[in-house]
Write a protein that binds this ligand. Structure first.
Ligand SMILES: Cc1cc2nc3c(=O)[nH]c(=O)nc-3n(C[C@H](O)[C@H](O)[C@H](O)COP(=O)(O)OP(=O)(O)OC[C@H]3O[C@@H](n4cnc5c(N)ncnc54)[C@H](O)[C@@H]3O)c2cc1C
Ligand code: FES
Length: 255
């Protein structure tokens, strides 16, 4: 898939919580076909101490309207600067980058598990799975009810289960504590979120012999396989998260 460097116009901005927002982008050119799990590298303009581009997953795509969305959580200087952008301003991207989640060819019972802003790539994935004849369930985990994002969007995909760490919404605890994991018998799990959560989901999947793919959010420099700062040790040797990933089957990871 050819990569582009392009400045895209922010045609909408939605503030989901105090520190999480969604930017909807559109360009003059037709946006390329992208796959769920792929990401973009964003240039943070006018910010000399954040000269490296920042990676964000493709959150949602509307080919009909020639737009796609990024869901961004403020984590430091770069994302704080991005949070000050408004409708009508431009964002320079290198995209689409990385591999994608694999889509099963036959019928499978599928669960998407997302934690915090790790829900970002799963909306696009869920819609893609639906368009390809699957009916995924979704399990979302947040710290508390005030941190819940995109719940209604995920409801459009099908059943949505919820956990919060303080029990203020859904079941109390972590995603791996949810009752649905005790009962449902899934064939396949896709997961994105904080690393401890993905490791817990990986260990649950191993114990229950469930095929599982995770999307890693390792630190990145170049995003195109040059700087080697995103290396992840796997059973196939050291791989680049940016070009060999960010999606990995847990069978390959040394977790
Ligand atoms: C493939 C991929 C997809 C991602 N998708 C999303 C997404 O959809 N939404 C979202 O909110 N975040 C996403 N992230 C994480 C996001 O890239 C970082 O939060 C962001 O780069 C932080 O930049 P900063 O300048 O604000 O933070 P910094 O001031 O640079 O650092 C603050 C914190 O962010 C971490 N961080 C810094 N740079 C990176 C980096 N290049 N990659 C990963 N972590 C970093 C640091 O470890 C530190 O803990 C993704 C990361 C990767 C690798
Ligand atoms: S980020 Fe540079 S090699 Fe992956």
């Amino acid at each position: 898939m050819a990569k582009r460097i392009e400045s895209l116009k922010i045609i909408d901005k939605q503030q989901l919580t105090r520190d999480i927002f969604v930017l909807e982008l559109s360009g003059k050119e037709k946006i390329p076909e992208m796959l769920p799990g792929q990401f973009v590298e964003v240039r943070v303009e006018g910010s000399p101490d954040t000269f490296l581009r920042r990676p964000f997953s493709v959150h949602d795509i509307n080919y009909g309207q020639n737009t796609f969305k990024l869901l961004i959580q403020i984590a430091g200087k770069g994302t704080e600067k991005l949070s000050r952008l408004n409708k009508g301003e431009y964002l320079n991207l290198i995209y689409p980058l990385g591999n994608s989640f694999s889509i099963p060819s036959g019928a499978q019972k599928i669960l998407l598990i997302g934690g915090g802003c790790g829900v970002a790539p799963l909306l696009f994935l869920g819609k893609y799975l639906k368009a390809n004849g699957h009916n995924p369930d979704v399990l979302l985990g947040f710290r508390n009810s005030e941190r819940i994002i995109e719940y209604d969007e995920y409801l459009k995909l099908g059943r949505v289960f919820l956990t919060t760490e303080d029990g203020s919404s859904g079941e109390k605890g972590f995603v791996t504590d949810h009752q649905v994991l005790k009962a449902a018998g899934y064939d396949r799990i896709y997961c994105c979120g904080p690393e401890p959560m993905m490791k817990a989901v990986a260990s649950y999947s191993r114990e229950n012999k469930i095929d599982c793919e995770v999307s890693l959010e390792n630190l990145m420099g170049c995003g195109i396989g040059v700087c080697l700062c995103c290396i992840v040790p796997t059973v196939r040797g050291n791989l680049c998260t940016c070009t060999d990933g960010p999606v990995f089957n847990i069978k390959d990871l040394k977790w």
